[in-house]
Design a protein around this ligand. Structure first.
Ligand code: SF4
Length: 447
């Protein structure tokens, strides 16, 4: 049996086995597991488009290094799929996790950019693409001291304000994470130019205000702010983690006024620390537990275990719900990492059961989990692993959505994405769970 047929058969077998799960969820999950490849003609079409942000970012999220594929710097940040063989609805947004050995290839076919399934030299188009998003205007601006606006925020109001993590080295760094690799890689390749791994709060606030001022198409309009960055276990710029991130909340809130949500992604804070951020203008907090099983949390996230610990992590998240409110605390899971070997579950049903119990516990306390699909990033410690099967992601998505409805929670947004759900409507590019749910309304087909 050919590889092409077997991938199509695999997808179509999942469509049949899970009729209650949208095809968009199944395809997107598989693409995030395996990554995407972009041919040379496609990367020649990205001039003036929103390419993937490397400098000023913490996670390359590529499965190959730039040495293996130099044109990685010319790929679009995400692709938006529609139509094709499976009649994809809306705009199915999929992150560009670049991989040279994936069956999913974006190529120019008959003059149009299409998603293809590859077998050897053969490629079969399976979906069409919406045009790549234009490069935001602010990316061409610089401050007087030479700092490029582009390295202070994603195209959305998503500034990475500390570009390293003090969980450093094998005894501390989360095993799936590539943050410290990304800083080195982007500087070696000249796409990261910041001298210090942290940014100036006033400059960041000005960039965020500029994003809200920009004239943009409706689908590119900003929704809110996500202040993001690595963990601070000691100090940065003479400040603790709580004090450090507080300065950005204050500066951004002062610049943009009260209209937009602001979320901070960090360790869960003590109740007093969370209140400081809330009083300064933060409306949400995201504390990434990554993996629910307590033993695996200690193994896969040794720095988090050492400095906070699983019990304290969970307690603090619950405390934060009292500060920010029901549905305003989120928690990323690296979905599937609980099957990392030699420590993790070997059976899909055990992994699904463990993670579902964590989702239910958190949701029953007003916390919204964001299930990001695990991939083997080039700079992470966990590389040579066996991927959890597609079935795992489909079952997690289905359980997640059932629980979200059961506990009457809003969909996850990280504060920066619009809270829209349904096939081809979810804006988060690294997770397919929000593509569950209702079909798009005719008025939201974006034609
Ligand atoms: S806390 Fe873990 S996942 Fe977060 S940046 Fe540090 S090493 Fe990466």
């Amino acid at each position: 049996m050919s590889g092409l047929i077997s991938k199509r058969e695999e997808l179509e077998a999942h469509f049949k086995r899970y009729p209650d799960v949208p095809r968009e969820v199944i395809l997107k999950s598989d693409m995030l597991r395996l990554g995407v490849f972009f041919t040379e003609p496609v990367t020649q079409l990205t001039e003036g488009c929103r390419t993937k942000l490397y400098g000023g970012n913490v996670f390359a999220h590529d499965i190959v290094t730039p040495d293996e594929m130099p044109r990685v710097f010319r790929v679009p940040e995400f692709i938006e799929l529609r139509g094709g063989l499976y009649g994809l609805r809306g705009r199915l947004r999929v992150h560009s996790r670049v991989n040279t050995k994936t069956p999913y290839v974006v190529d120019v076919v008959d003059g149009a950019v299409r998603l293809c399934l590859r077998e050897g030299e053969r490629k079969e188009p399976i979906a069409d693409l919406w045009p790549f998003r234009p490069e935001p205007k602010f990316w061409s601006k610089k401050f007087e001291d030479g700092t490029p606006y582009k390295e202070l925020s994603w195209a959305e109001p998503h500034p990475i304000v500390f570009l390293m993590c003090q969980h450093w080295g094998p005894k501390e760094e989360c095993k799936f994470c590539e943050i410290n690799y990304t800083w080195n890689m982007t500087h070696q390749h000249g796409v990261g130019t910041l001298k210090k791994p942290y940014t100036d709060p006033q400059q960041v606030a000005e960039v965020i205000a500029e994003i809200f001022r920009e004239e943009r198409a409706p689908e590119d309009k900003p929704y809110g702010v996500l202040i993001d960055g690595g963990t601070i276990t000691k100090q940065v710029a003479g400040l603790t983690e709580n004090e450090f991130y507080l300065r950005y909340v204050e500066a951004i809130r002062e610049k943009i006024g009260p209209t937009w949500p602001i979320c901070v992604m960090s360790h869960p804070q003590t109740k007093e620390g969370a209140k400081r951020w809330r009083d300064a203008g933060a409306t949400k907090q995201c504390a990434n537990i990554e993996v629910w099983d307590k033993r695996l949390f200690g193994t896969i996230c040794p720095g988090k275990e050492r400095h906070i610990g699983w019990d304290n992590w969970v307690k603090r998240m619950l405390d934060e719900v009292e500060v920010f409110g029901w549905g305003n605390v989120e928690a990323t899971f690296v979905a599937g990492v609980e099957m990392a070997q030699p420590w993790g579950f070997t059976e899909v049903r055990d992994a699904v059961r463990s993670t579902t119990s964590g989702m239910e516990y958190l949701m029953s306390h007003g916390i919204v989990p964001m299930m990001v699909v695990w991939a083997f990033y080039a700079g992470a410690a966990l590389k040579d692993q066996v991927r959890p099967p597609l079935e795992y992601y489909v079952e997690i998505a289905r359980n997640w959505y059932e629980l979200l409805c059961k506990y009457r929670l809003p969909g996850p947004t990280y504060g920066v994405w619009a809270p829209r759900m349904g096939p081809g409507r979810f804006e988060m590019v690294s997770s397919a769970v929000g593509d569950m749910g209702d079909e798009p309304l005719p008025s939201q087909s974006y034609d």
